[in-house]
Design a protein around this ligand. Structure first.
Ligand SMILES: [Zn+2]
Length: 107
């Protein structure tokens, strides 16, 4: 692991993109329940509230999938998804990790 190596502008831009996705996921998770409840209060319709909840859910699934497949801007390995050595069982790291497990790039 080379943690002292300075980041190139391309690596910084890649890290910024990852930060934006994580921030968007966290915002959507925080807003999920208030938006669905507010939709129900404003429309008095279960159907509209369910549609809003479904839209939020699908958006979160798409962003989460995109994040799970995110690659490190420096070494190109997966940042948040790996597998246990020798057995290949998928292992999912936290979105809140602060560095690449392979090269040590600070995220
Ligand atoms: Zn890396």
């Amino acid at each position: 692991m080379d943690q002292s190596k300075p980041s190139t502008p391309e690596e910084k831009e890649g890290v910024k993109k990852i930060h934006r996705k994580v921030f968007l996921i966290l915002i959507l998770m925080v807003l999920y329940l208030p938006v669905v409840v507010l939709t129900y209060i404003l429309t008095h319709s279960n159907t509209v509230a369910r549609i809003m909840a479904f839209i939020f859910f699908i958006t979160l699934v798409c962003l989460g999938s995109s994040m799970a497949l995110a690659k490190c801007p420096r070494c190109g390995t997966s940042l948040f998804f790996s597998s246990f050595p020798y057995c290949g069982i998928p292992l999912f790291y936290s979105f809140l990790t602060y560095k690449c497990k392979n090269c040590g790039l600070r995220i």
